[in-house]
Design a protein around this ligand. Structure first.
Ligand code: SF4
Length: 207
């Protein structure tokens, strides 16, 4: 989950000793914030579509495609997330937001897809990166958005490492798929993309 407008933007080594305190209060604020993009990977799409029994056409209606125009700076936090070729241009795929900012899968403040929620929801408010074998973590929200920060016990290196073990391979798998897709599409469409993901679900199953 990436907040283009409010990322704290200071990644730290996972071994960093000054780890934050965090305990989710289940307030649901992260599911209602209009500015938090809930980006999804191929495995997220596969899991959600399978559990809800959604066809590619139906899945398309549950997604937004966030396009960064030519010359526009990518929002902080999305620099390394893969943008995929669609008829609208290179897009970041995310769960649709309703007019009031709520996630399309939030009903009466409960997540309707909690067991198969996207990897960014599993790791929120933490984000991870890996470069030259070095894993780093950061925060994608501040206390004003996520009241669970600075409360509860201090997060351990082990917890962050386990989250990174879940998130980073999934994003890498998606990155490889997106590169292949972007290199091979002459007239890409979002629906064809979802059909392609749906036609080879084994490729996207990691969680
Ligand atoms: S905003 Fe933070 S505390 Fe509230 S539900 Fe989301 S992760 Fe939990």
């Amino acid at each position: 989950m990436v907040n283009p407008l409010n990322l704290t933007g200071h990644n730290k080594n996972i071994e960093e000793t000054k780890l934050p305190r965090f305990e989710c209060t289940r307030c649901g604020a992260c599911c209602r914030d209009d500015f938090l993009l809930v980006t999804v990977t191929g495995s997220d799409i596969v899991r959600i579509a399978a559990v809800l029994g959604l066809s590619p056409n139906e899945m398309l209606k549950a997604l937004d495609f966030y396009v960064v125009s030519d010359g526009e700076t990518k929002p902080i936090g999305l620099e390394k997330f893969p943008s995929v070729a669609t008829e609208s241009g290179l897009s970041y795929i995310s769960l649709k937001k309703m007019e009031n900012g709520e996630c399309v899968f939030l009903k009466e403040n409960l997540c309707m897809i909690h067991p198969v929620r996207p990897v960014v929801c599993r790791s929120f408010p933490f984000v991870f990166d890996e470069s030259n074998g070095q894993r780093t973590w950061g925060l994608s929200a501040k206390k004003e958005i996520c009241p669970g920060l600075a409360t509860g016990p201090q997060v351990s290196e082990i917890e962050l490492g386990e989250l990174a073990d879940t998130i980073l391979p999934d994003i890498q798998l998606y990155r490889e798929f997106v590169k292949e897709w972007n290199d091979n599409q002459l007239s890409p469409s979002a629906l064809d993309l979802l059909k392609t993901i749906n036609s080879d679900t084994s490729r996207h199953k990691i969680l």
